[in-house]
Design a protein around this ligand. Structure first.
Ligand SMILES: [Zn+2]
Length: 277
């Protein structure tokens, strides 16, 4: 075949694949609770997706068999009851509401011997403050590119600490666990769970050596406690690319990956976005 014969075929195939994808895109189950994800139908089949905000945060919009849906990350601290989205399509803005149900997460007590990592010094508190500002900016960035709200496991291993766990560290209540811990030997390769761009890398006080991947539309994934980082800010990654290795840097009691998933600046349960095999 010549190039001229191949090109139309490629184009037709690409278009039919896209149509098939939209037609078969799953209607994901809504897990509308703190730390969960609400899939809110937007009642529109326009070619262009509407622009959706949850408070001041722009929200991901994905195609589904029933039209466009908002994919809303719900913060762990969200109150129960009715929440609202503002939806702008064709220069008209309307409000769409959805319900957030209560969710009970388990409680666990852990002991950390290194007191400096539990009650940081003034110098370290200042460092932590600067790191929090930097992380907030990464989580709040909205890259308006088409994206798939589906992830593959970045590492195989037992879950050593689930998402949402309410923690008592040395008997004092701390923030709930905002990610998932996967245990694996030091040096195990960690892979990108979806395509994206490396938003930042660095050595963080609690999180140790960390990588942030921006997957677009407010979906950001975070990898902590790494022994080695193999990417740098601005690098594009594909699903399955190695980004570094498992370690125990920062506040860690053994080698593991702390995997965080953030949607519209809300840390959500990574398990809710896992793609079907
Ligand atoms: Zn963790």
């Amino acid at each position: 075949m010549t190039d001229n014969e191949i090109m139309p075929w490629v184009r037709v195939t690409a278009i039919s694949l896209l149509l098939m994808l939209c037609a078969t895109a799953p209607v994901w189950a809504s897990n509308s609770y703190p730390g969960g994800i609400a899939w809110v139908p937007l009642d529109t089949n326009d070619d262009q997706p509407p622009v959706v905000h949850y408070g001041s945060r722009r929200v991901m919009v994905a195609p589904s068999a029933i039209g466009w849906q908002a994919v809303v990350g719900i913060p762990l601290g969200a109150r129960n009851g009715q929440h609202e989205l503002t939806v702008t399509a064709k220069e008209t803005t309307q409000t769409v509401s959805f319900q957030v149900a209560p969710k009970a997460y388990e409680t666990q007590s852990i002991t950390i011997a290194d007191k400096g990592k539990v009650t940081p010094s003034q110098t370290n508190l200042e460092r932590i403050g600067r790191e929090q500002i930097k992380m907030k900016a990464i989580f709040r960035n909205f890259r308006d590119v088409p994206t798939q709200p589906a992830l593959f496991w970045p590492l195989q291993g037992p879950i050593s600490s689930p998402f949402g766990l309410r923690r008592l560290i040395n008997e004092k209540p701390r923030n709930p666990h905002s990610g998932l811990d996967i245990a694996a030997p030091e040096g195990s390769p960690i892979t990108a769970p979806a395509a994206g761009v490396i938003a930042d890398t660095g050595d963080y006080f609690f999180n140790g050596n960390s990588v942030f991947i921006d997957h677009g539309q407010g979906l950001v994934t975070l990898y902590c406690h790494m022994s080695r980082i193999d990417v740098k800010p601005g690098d594009p990654v594909k699903t399955g690319d190695v980004i570094g290795q498992v370690g125990q840097t920062g506040r860690a009691t053994g080698p593991h990956l702390h995997w965080g998933v953030s949607l519209n600046d809300a840390r959500v349960d990574p398990g809710l976005l896992m793609a079907e095999d």
